[in-house]
Design a protein around this ligand. Structure first.
Ligand SMILES: Nc1ncnc2c1ncn2[C@@H]1O[C@H](COP(=O)(O)OP(=O)(O)OP(=O)(O)O)[C@@H](O)[C@H]1O
Length: 312
């Protein structure tokens, strides 16, 4: 890739936040040098500026939840860091090395399934584990452990092409993890997944992070990032506009209280104090209440708050 801007110094997340970032937090980040250091990445496709100064770091053991609207540039970032495409400018370093040199240290689960239909789950894992240097018992142990964690054991000898969508997603994740990469890039790994598939993936990701991998996990589901205890990076128009824990980023944002009355009337209030709002709504209903729903602030609320800050 073309690399024109200098590499960022180690530990840059310790520096004061640029003004554009509402919150900066380090979450579970371990001390020491970041495994992933991305600074000022730009990428243009014709008229579309897909990335426009994208910065992100991830430390060993940290799970970074990369969120943002469709088209914010998340997959383009993943493709550049995994060495599939080149940036126009900026730096992407994995353990201090460019993506092309760091391939063996990266595991990628792309947004679109990329498996070989005729070959089995076991053959996929033997192939990718073998390419990274795993042999004999180490390889079979790694396959057994990972497929058990991802609840894939019973599908080991089935060709990828006949697996269900959820089974393929888990196989894709297994291919990304088999060589215990230092950097794991998972691009919407649970898209379309049922609850069991989702849980298996989340459990496996947590194990890898506990093992010391730096993980970048793109998703549209905040609940997954809460379960993963991920720090959040919010992408917008090709750059990261907010960084912190979900508690930090959501603090002070209003959720919603909704009360449905017997005659079908719906009362709702956007509020940061659901108890007080509920008391207010219930005080003068004058008829039986059918249901009460309290919604905590979510990613949509976060995006809206950032849009207000940006003057959108
Ligand atoms: N190969 C390509 N050719 C042309 N435009 C592209 C290409 N890849 C991405 N883009 C454009 O770049 C922008 C960023 O796309 P990207 O896929 O990175 O967004 P994203 O945040 O991953 O979105 P989503 O949440 O929908 O997956 C979009 O406007 C997209 O249309």
């Amino acid at each position: 890739m073309s690399l024109r801007t200098p590499a960022p110094p180690a530990g840059r997340e310790d520096e004061p936040a640029p003004k554009a970032l509402p919150v900066v937090g380090r979450g579970k980040a371990r001390a020491g040098r970041a495994m992933l250091e991305v600074a000022g990445l730009s990428k243009r496709y014709g008229d579309v500026q897909a990335l426009d100064g994208f910065d992100l770091t991830a430390r060993p053991g940290e799970i970074v939840g990369l969120v943002g609207h469709n088209g914010a540039g998340k997959s383009t970032f993943v493709e550049i860091v995994s060495g599939l495409i080149r940036a126009d400018s900026g730096t992407a370093l994995i353990g201090g090395e460019e993506p092309a040199k760091a391939r063996g240290r990266i595991g990628v689960s792309p947004q679109n399934i990329a498996l070989y239909p005729p070959i089995t789950v076991r053959e996929h894992l033997k192939l990718f584990g073998g390419l990274s240097g795993l042999r004999r018992k180490a390889l079979t142990d790694a396959i057994d452990e990972l497929t058990a964690a991802l609840r894939l054991t019973e599908f080991l000898d089935r060709p990828a092409g006949v697996l269900s969508g959820g089974q393929q997603r888990r196989t894709q994740a297994a291919v990304a993890m088999i060589h215990r990469p230092a950097l794991l890039l998972l691009d919407e790994p649970t898209a379309g997944a049922d609850p069991e598939t989702r849980q298996a993936l989340l459990d496996a990701v947590k194990l890898r992070a506990a093992d010391g991998a730096a993980v970048v996990y793109t998703t549209h589901y905040l609940t997954e990032l809460t379960e993963l205890e991920a720090t959040l990076a919010v992408a917008k128009r090709g750059r990261v506009v907010a960084r912190g824990t979900s508690a930090q980023l959501l603090e002070g944002l209003p959720g919603e209280v909704r009360v449905t009355l017997a005659d079908g009337t719906e009362l709702h209030e956007s509020t940061t104090d659901p108890t007080a709002a509920l008391m207010r709504l219930l005080a003068d209903t004058g008829q039986p209440v059918v249901s009460v729903d309290v919604r905590k602030p979510d990613l949509d609320d976060l995006y809206r708050s950032l849009a207000v800050l940006d003057g959108d």
